[in-house]
Ligand binder design. Structure first.
Ligand code: LMR
Length: 338
């Protein structure tokens, strides 16, 4: 006869046991570009996240040292290191979430096409590897220019017969983080208590913070609003200039990406009502990819929520940005086609 202790154990591990559903499933998160300026602090934040069970660190340069270093932190996830072309597939195998920070950062004076030339091939290689190793993973791209990189990844995944628009995200969380911070400073309140949607894309005029939807309410005149919108839109350049040739936002981007990945993890874990702004395939505007609030679920986007309301000035900015966004999307599609 089975002892009571053994029966409890068998019932806990049986796939049919109700107790089983209370056990957290293993979640492997892969960071591609883990040795870089964003990748390292992002990996640190993910090592601190109790929802991660395995952290897979990949880069083209050796990640052994970073993995050894992080592995000494007393949280329960295991850390594995991979590097070089041959190990990319192993790094991604069985990942539930892949976050991609690989590629060149912006430098002062660098135009978008130079950045695109450098980063498009990196994004394509990762997309192909994902389609082989973990086609059902949620895939979050930080690599810039996000407005073009995400459509490139979508095209490559289509070619590989592995495209699911619900699983592909461009990370625009930093725009929301910046909007909350600057509004917090302006109102002299804790930025965490600010709620504001930022829609469109992740570059210049395509970044559209909807100040009219801010909670708490903002009492600003038209000029003050325009200044705040410009500060949010140009915040990336503010950091690039301040770093004077030594790269772009890394620490705040890592924070923002870790926040976004945490929301994906919570959704994968069947937590409800997880909403984030992200750059995704969309039919909310005339642009095929558009950042807006999405409801997340275990398999990615559960619902692309309706566009938030806009005031007249925001409607105008929205209309003005679509041509730029469409051009940036089209550049990506063309690049994959030729
Ligand atoms: C940022 O928003 O700071 C970055 O995405 C900008 C960049 O070009 O690296």
């Amino acid at each position: 006869m089975l002892s009571l202790k053994l029966m409890k154990y068998v019932s806990a591990v049986s796939p049919f046991s109700p107790l089983k559903w209370n056990l957290r499933r293993g979640i492997k998160v892969a960071v591609v570009g883990a040795a870089g300026g964003i990748g390292q602090p992002l990996s640190l934040m993910l090592k601190l996240n109790p929802l991660v069970t395995e952290l897979s660190l990949y880069d083209k340069v050796d990640t052994k040292g970073i993995a050894a270093d992080l592995s000494h932190i007393c949280t329960s996830s295991t850390v594995r290191s991979y590097f070089g072309k041959k190990e990319l597939i192993d790094a991604l195998e069985c990942a539930s979430i892949v976050v991609v920070a690989a590629g060149l950062p912006s430098k002062p004076g660098m135009d978008r096409s130079e950045l695109l030339d450098a980063n498009a091939s990196v994004a394509s290689i990762v997309a192909k590897a994902v389609s082989n190793a973990c086609p059902s993973a949620l895939l979050a791209f930080i690599t810039n220019p996000v407005n073009t990189i995400v459509p490139i990844v979508a095209e490559v995944l289509k070619q590989e017969d592995a495209y699911d628009p619900k699983r592909l995200f461009g990370v625009t969380t930093l725009d929301v983080v910046r909007a909350k911070t600057f509004i917090g400073e302006l109102l002299d309140i804790d930025p965490h208590t600010v709620s504001i949607p930022v829609i469109g894309g992740h570059a210049g005029k395509t970044i559209l913070p909807l100040l009219s939807q801010c909670d708490p309410k903002l009492e600003l005149d038209s000029e003050e609003k325009a200044q705040l919108v410009s500060r949010i839109q140009d915040a990336g350049t503010e950091v690039v200039r301040a770093k004077a040739g030594k790269g772009s936002a890394t620490l705040s981007m890592a924070y923002a990406a870790a926040h976004f990945v945490n929301s994906l993890l919570r959704a994968v874990n069947h937590e409800e009502n997880i909403i984030e702004c992200a750059y995704v395939q969309s039919d909310l505007s005339e642009a095929e990819f558009f950042a807006s609030p999405v409801l997340l679920g275990p398999k990615g986007i559960e619902k692309n929520l309706d566009l938030p309301e806009m005031d007249d000035e925001e409607e105008k900015r929205f209309g003005d940005m679509i041509a730029q966004l469409n051009k940036e999307i089209e550049d990506g599609v063309k690049l994959v086609a030729c």
